[in-house]
Design a protein around this ligand. Structure first.
Ligand SMILES: [Zn+2]
Length: 694
């Protein structure tokens, strides 16, 4: 046991705040940043466990996620439990200063459950039952599954609620990863109950779903089915309600387990590991139901831009509860589920871990601790590779553990952002409904990234916000798209007193996916001062130029370059707004493309590069970057700590605006600095007390 782990024999996760005062059970407390990973000791003989905990202590591991897929080992026969092995694992972890993020093990129902009750197996949209042999083999609506899961969780809570290693409950695992939706008869029944509570009467449902179209008028709820595979396009309002229902049905499973744990161990926080920006689950709603947000993130090492998209998801995780969160899973090097699984070159695993911290995480954990020898993830990398302590990966593990100890003081600090990006799941589900839209090329993640990429490149801090939230305090709010927009949500945007930017195809439909009176932008019409006369989606490969109107925008000169737009354009009827740019050439030649009324800017197209518009809005709003950074360097701030991450494969040179101490090296830095390729600086500056988040 190292000096470090001895010192941390009693530990606390005091800085990851949840609505309870702190993570704490009995004597078990974890301080500083969390480091460790999924630990699956049941895949190894017990003699290996001793080596595991010894090496965990050597690496500075202070938390392990255990029992995620252990249901069949914990309850080998119905109601018959075998906790002995897990008792020994938790005792060993505790003796070596490692806290447990203890999973409820319900992500993988055991064989006996699906054999005794085959109805728990999920069914796809074409009616095919998905068999046992993988994971998540359950229907979220199945009462048999739910009862069995709750019974196991009760037994787990009774057995381990007082165990000194227990620091965090990990409910389920990656909800909706494999089974977001189930189309079985039980799910259909559950869907009808959900619809009845949403719409009240069958006439209410008929009105909301517009069943007068294509002769779908229902006379009883029991005629309603999930949107199974049908001869042609399925009613998009039915699909939208189905998306809402599927997110809610899985959330009910989570909440059933949470209720058991809250009663048994009210002091132990609960989480479930999210999957970055996932289409299937409304994470605003889910985050409100848990104590701590945690995320699994797997940026592709082969994609030189993957650190940008993952930064966006990290900013979402921080924004969900406006608190520090935990990166619960990432890969030490390669994963095993892409067609080609690139490893992380030297430095990238450390840099990606620091990146999560830079965006508000209070821990950098991994899947998994020891690389498996069998199963679908045997080629998925781990903190302790197949090659053991002689492998390159193990040196990276030791280095990261040491770095996280040096960075312990950042735990609990918050981020302040002047810019918010709006992300709303209802609208996303409506936008990406299959087979009924003007273009299926308009994808929300692309729209989000088109704004996030230049903000990230220039080091501007960004929060994410849901539709309908009070936006006061931000200087700029960007709505990449809000296809579904209610009058209440429009009212929030109209009440915002900063600079608002609204992207195309917004304000089109109401909460029931019905087009607003008079068409788009519906309840945003007065705010934006225009009507969309006609949507003008562009065929693949077609480029529509957009040229700024001279003098309309700050810096727009007579020779201002035209910017290409692709995928989408609109024919606007401007009623009360200034035209900032017009379409040039093609069918839309001379028509308004970008407009502004007061502080509200509207873009009717998808520009290849929004930088000219963004720069002008940021300047007008007085938004400053966290730091002036060269290309390839990411800058974020947490309280007084400035993170500078060089994602490039060459060294970066930049000037520091303020001196400080690099926590990673202990060196005092000022003026011109050089950051080696794939390396980072975490500077403690003199910038006043920690600023909390909004
Ligand atoms: Zn089902």
């Amino acid at each position: 046991m190292t000096a470090f782990s001895t010192l941390h024999y009693e530990f606390c996760i005091q800085n990851i705040t949840c609505h309870r005062s702190e993570f704490r059970v009995g004597l078990t407390r974890v301080s500083g940043l969390l480091f460790g990973g999924d630990y699956n000791p049941e895949q190894w003989p017990e003699r290996v466990w001793e080596e595991d905990v010894r090496l965990m202590a050597e690496a500075g591991v202070n938390m392990a996620t255990v029992a995620v897929f252990s249901w069949s080992r914990l309850e080998p026969r119905p109601g018959e439990y075998d906790f002995g092995w897990l008792d020994r694992v938790l005792d060993l972890l505790h003796e070596h200063g490692v806290a447990a993020d203890l999973a409820t093990a319900t992500a993988t129902p055991p064989p006996w459950l699906v054999r005794d009750h085959p109805e728990v197996l999920p069914v796809d949209a074409a009616g095919t039952r998905l068999e046992f042999g993988s994971r998540q083999s359950y229907c979220p609506s199945s009462p048999v599954f739910r009862d069995a899961a709750v019974r196991l969780v009760r037994a787990m809570a009774a057995r381990y609620g007082r165990h000194p290693a227990l620091a965090l409950w990990h409910i389920g695992n990656e909800y909706a990863d494999h089974v977001l939706e189930c189309f079985c008869a039980e799910s259909a029944r559950h869907f009808r109950t959900w619809l009845e509570s949403r719409h009240g009467t069958v006439d209410g449902l008929n009105a909301a779903w517009g069943t007068s179209c294509w002769g779908q008028h229902y006379t009883a709820f029991d005629q309603v089915e999930p949107p199974r595979k049908a001869p042609g396009p399925v009613n998009p309002a039915q699909v939208l309600d189905w998306r809402r229902f599927c997110s809610d049905a899985l959330l009910e499973c989570f909440e059933l387990e949470r209720a058991v744990l809250r009663e048994a161990t009210p002091d132990v926080p609960v989480t479930t590991n999210f999957m970055s920006i996932l289409h299937g689950l409304d994470y605003w709603k889910w985050a409100a139901a848990e104590d701590v947000v945690s995320d699994d993130a797997y940026p592709d090492p082969a994609d030189p831009e993957s650190h940008v998209a993952v930064a966006l998801s990290y900013d979402l995780m921080r924004s969900l509860k406006r608190r520090p969160w935990i990166l619960l899973e990432q890969a030490a090097s390669a994963v095993s589920w892409r067609e080609v699984n690139a490893p992380k070159p030297p430095g990238m695993m450390r840099l990606h871990s620091l990146q999560a911290l830079a965006h508000g995480a209070d821990g950098a954990m991994f899947f998994q601790w020891r690389q498996a020898r069998y199963g679908p993830e045997k080629f998925h990398s781990a903190l302790l590779p197949h090659g053991g302590t002689a492998a390159r990966g193990w040196r990276d593990t030791l280095r990261l553990g040491a770095d996280l100890r040096r960075l312990a003081e950042i735990a609990g600090t918050g981020t302040r952002a002047d810019v918010a990006l709006l992300l709303d799941w209802d609208s996303w589900w409506g936008l990406e409904a299959p087979e009924s839209m003007p273009s299926d090329r308009l994808r929300l993640k692309d729209l989000l990234l088109s704004w996030y990429r230049p903000l990230h490149a220039r080091g501007v801090a960004v929060d994410l916000v849901p539709a309908g939230r009070d936006l006061s305090g931000y200087r700029v709010v960007i709505v990449p798209n809000l296809y579904l927009c209610t009058p209440e949500q429009a009212g929030r945007l109209a009440a915002f007193d900063g600079h608002l930017v609204v992207g195309p195809f917004s304000g089109v439909v109401d909460a029931a996916d019905q087009v607003h009176d008079g068409g788009a932008p519906g309840p945003l019409r007065e705010l934006l001062g225009l009507t969309v006369d006609e949507f003008w989606p562009l065929p693949d490969g077609r480029v529509q130029r957009v040229r700024p109107v001279t003098g309309a925008v700050t810096g727009a000169r007579a020779d201002a370059a035209a910017v290409p737009a692709r995928t989408w354009a609109e024919w606007l009827r401007v009623e009360d707004a200034e035209v900032l740019a017009r379409y040039e050439g093609g069918d839309l030649d001379g028509q308004p493309a970008i407009t502004r009324r007061g502080r509200a800017t509207y873009l009717s197209c998808l520009l290849d590069d929004v930088t000219p518009v963004l720069s002008e809005v940021l300047a007008a709003a007085g938004v400053r970057p966290v730091a002036d950074v060269p290309e390839g360097v990411e800058a974020t701030r947490r309280g007084p700590y400035l993170f500078l991450l060089n994602h490039a494969t060459t060294p970066a040179r930049m000037d520091l605006a303020e001196p400080g101490t690099d926590l990673l090296t202990g060196r005092e830095l000022r003026g011109r600095i050089e950051i080696p390729a794939r390396d980072a600086v975490v500077l403690r500056t003199g910038a006043g007390p920690t600023e909390g988040e909004r």
